[in-house]
Design a binder for this molecule. Structure first.
Ligand SMILES: Nc1ncnc2c1ncn2[C@@H]1O[C@H](COP(=O)(O)OP(=O)(O)OP(=O)(O)O)[C@@H](O)[C@H]1O
Ligand SMILES: [Mg+2]
Length: 295
C-alpha cells in the first residue's frame, strides 16, 4: 500500500513538472492568434525575481533573435541590466544619465543611444478630461537592437504607459521586462496618478492582442494598483511569494521553494513547477542617476 502512495506522489511530481513546462512553453511560443502574455512575479527581496526576468530574456533571444526586448531598470538603485552580457542602453533625449560605480561613486562612461519621443495628438486617448496628447516612440523601436537587452531610461517615468501603448500597436511580437513595476503604479494613488494607473490597466488589458509580452516583477503584490494586477494571466510564485486568493496553489510549498525554483500559475486554474538560472550581480556594481528624472 505504501508503495502505491510513493508512486502516486512521484507521478504527481512528474505531472506538476510537466504542466509547469507546458505553461512556460506557452509563454515562449509566438502565435498571432493567441497573442502576448502578461506575467507577474511578486516575491520577497532576494528570491530571484530579477534573475527570472533575465532568464526570460536569455531564452527569448535564443529562440527569437529578431525580437525586440526592452527592460525597465530603476534610477538611483543598483543597476540590474549588466548581469547579462548583451545590453544596450537607450536614453530619451533630455535625460541627464550618469552611471556611478559603487561604493567609490566614480563616474563610469558607458555607451548610450539617445532616442526621441514625439508628442503627438492621440485620437484614441482614453480620457477626455486629461491630456489629449500621447507620445510616439517610433525612434525607440528604430534604434533598439534585436538580440540585446534594450535598457530604456525615460525623461518622465510616468510615460511608460505610452511606451506600452506604442509597443502594443506595433504589429510584431516584442517583449517588455519590467523590474520593480509597483514604482509606476502605486497602490495608493490619487489625482493624475490614479488616472495613470487606470491608463496602465487599460493598456495592459489590450497588450495581449497587440502581441506584446510583458513580465513585471515587484516585491509585494499589495504595493501595486489592483486594477493593473487583475490583468495578469500568469503568476510566477517564488520562495515566500504571497499566493493570490483565487489561485489553486497552496502557500506551504511556495514558502519552502529553493531560490531558482518557481510555481507558475496560468489563469488561476493550472499550475506547475519551473526553474530559472541565477544572474548574480556583476562588477562594476553601479547606479544610474538623473537628477532631472521623476522617480
Ligand atoms: N536560480 C538561482 N539559483 C541560485 N541562486 C540564484 C538563482 N536565482 C537568483 N539567485 C541568486 O539570488 C540572489 C538574488 O537574486 P535576484 O537579485 O534575482 O533577486 P530579487 O528577488 O530580484 O532581489 P531584489 O528583491 O533585491 O530585487 C542573487 O545573488 C542571485 O544570484
Ligand atoms: Mg530584483
Amino acid at each position: 500500500m505504501r508503495e502505491v502512495f510513493v508512486l502516486a506522489k512521484k507521478e504527481r511530481v512528474k505531472i506538476i513538472d510537466e504542466i509547469g513546462k507546458q505553461i512556460y512553453e506557452l509563454l515562449m511560443t509566438r502565435d498571432y492568434a493567441r497573442g502576448g502574455y502578461l506575467l507577474e512575479c511578486a516575491a520577497v527581496p532576494g528570491s530571484g525575481k530579477t534573475s527570472l526576468l533575465l532568464s526570460i530574456f536569455e531564452d527569448t533571444i535564443d529562440r527569437y533573435p529578431d525580437e525586440l526586448i526592452f527592460f525597465r531598470d530603476s534610477y538611483n538603485s543598483q543597476c540590474q541590466f549588466n548581469r547579462v552580457e548583451k545590453w544596450h542602453i537607450m536614453a530619451e533625449n533630455g535625460v541627464n544619465l550618469r552611471f556611478l560605480e559603487l561604493p567609490s561613486m566614480k563616474e563610469i562612461s558607458l555607451p548610450v543611444t539617445n532616442f526621441d519621443a514625439k508628442k503627438t495628438e492621440d485620437p484614441m486617448y482614453y480620457y477626455k478630461d486629461l491630456k489629449q496628447f500621447g507620445y510616439d516612440y517610433y525612434d525607440l523601436i528604430e534604434k533598439a537592437k534585436p538580440g540585446y537587452l534594450n535598457v530604456v531610461y525615460l525623461k518622465d517615468n510616468t510615460n511608460w504607459r505610452w511606451v506600452i501603448r506604442f509597443l502594443r500597436l506595433y504589429p510584431f511580437f516584442q517583449t517588455l521586462l519590467f523590474d520593480e513595476y509597483e514604482d509606476l503604479v502605486p497602490q495608493r494613488s490619487s489625482g493624475n496618478q490614479w488616472r495613470y494607473n487606470e491608463h496602465y490597466a487599460y493598456e495592459l488589458k489590450h497588450s495581449r492582442r497587440g502581441c506584446l509580452n510583458e513580465a513585471f516583477d515587484t516585491q509585494h503584490p499589495g504595493d501595486a494598483d489592483w486594477r493593473v494586477r487583475s490583468k495578469f494571466m500568469l503568476h510566477a510564485y517564488l520562495r515566500g511569494s504571497k499566493v493570490g486568493e483565487s489561485s489553486p496553489v497552496d502557500q506551504g510549498p511556495v514558502n519552502s521553494l529553493p531560490v531558482g525554483k518557481m510555481i507558475i500559475d496560468y489563469g488561476n486554474a493550472l499550475f506547475g513547477k519551473g526553474s530559472f538560472d541565477p544572474y548574480p550581480p556583476k562588477n562594476p556594481v553601479m547606479i544610474a542617476t538623473d537628477m532631472n528624472s521623476i522617480l
